[in-house]
Design a protein around this ligand. Sequence first.
Ligand SMILES: NC(=O)c1ccc[n+]([C@@H]2O[C@H](COP(=O)([O-])OP(=O)(O)OC[C@H]3O[C@@H](n4cnc5c(N)ncnc54)[C@H](O)[C@@H]3O)[C@@H](O)[C@H]2O)c1
Length: 390
Amino acid sequence: MKKLKICFIGIKGGISTTLIAGIFKSIQENRRPGGLLTDTALFHGCDLCDMTDFEFGGFDIRGIDLYKSALENDQNNILNIRYNEELRERLEAIPVYKGIITNGGKTISDIADEGFTDDRPQMADMVDEVRSVLREFKGDDDCIVVNVASTERFMKTNKCHSSLERFEQGIRENSSELTPGQLYAYAAFMENIPYINFTPSICCDIPALFELAEKRKVPFAGKDGKTGETLVKTVLADLFFVRNLKVNMWYGTNILGNLDGKILDDSMHKSSKIESKKNVLKSCLGYETDTQVRIDYMKHSGDNKVAWDYIHFSGFCGANMTLTFSWFGIDSFLAAPLVVDLIRLVNLAQKRGEYGIQKQLSVFFKSPVGVQVHSLVRQYDMLKEWVEQK
Ligand SMILES: NC(=O)c1ccc[n+]([C@@H]2O[C@H](COP(=O)([O-])OP(=O)(O)OC[C@H]3O[C@@H](n4cnc5c(N)ncnc54)[C@H](O)[C@@H]3O)[C@@H](O)[C@H]2O)c1
């Protein structure tokens, strides 16, 4: 029986450790983890892998051990990891490899620990190393690379990204334009392994990697998981659209205090997230509105994210009205089931012989690559159609 090997980029982070510990605990307690879209009736009869088939490994750049990181990340003690010896043993047995930080941005280099990154001078050697790790990790099983690493600094796409030939030339020349997320994606595609980009970083959404994914016939999906404020926004925006209520202003602010928030506190990295969040309203409403999105790092908040949105809208005879909402979500626990769904569905797409960008998975993302539709309900319909067509 084939396993499904899952290789996380950023395996010591909040999302990975929550997902892994949450799955181990659910298996231990013989129950479903909850919150999985792929556990609903729509997917009955689909050839989906189960969480008992998962095996984990991944890359990171920090020295903290995986078990300790899982303990720290479960700050609300939902998983009760500390007193679970079996869980500890399983977490400690997971292989962790040295990550790449070249060109990821100073704030990411600052959290990296000496001896836990690949610091060879040649980019080509780093890529070869990632490829050989992936090859060995995969063996004869199915495998998926999932990028849940810290958000990289915002970078415009350029010449190096424009074709596979130029990308490979960039690797040979140690180009400062190629980022870790892109190099991991390149390595995965070269090993015929699908890639999920859950981060807002620009990874496989460049022509060079589109080309490689098509050439190698590998599926990929991205980007930036839709778990919180944007999720609510893409439902409420439909409400205004369907009632033809004019949105005059939409202000949204997010407060978080986890490691993700700390990285996003650097304006170069925050831009990647803001870019990813800001496009949704125009697509849902059909017009530009006066909008602002803020993200603030407040350490005390930890993984308990707060979003507060304040909306001005007008209707019949110009009557002005207001809507506000507050969202209190535990970031990693919102993200983990989405990542599990994505893993199962990208694996299903590969089994169905599909490759390239998986547009039907846009319902999971803030910035779905290659899709202009942001309405949650319309995105769900796209997924439903894909599931039912086979
Ligand atoms: N609800 C959510 O939590 C959510 C939603 C959408 C998107 N995201 C994105 O998902 C990503 C992960 O979120 P998180 O909360 O788990 O973050 P985190 O900060 O807890 O974890 C990130 C991990 O990546 C590691 N890392 C950083 N750069 C790396 C590299 N180049 N190679 C290997 N490892 C590297 C870090 O050491 C850390 O362990 C972030 O980019 C975040 O913006 C999160």
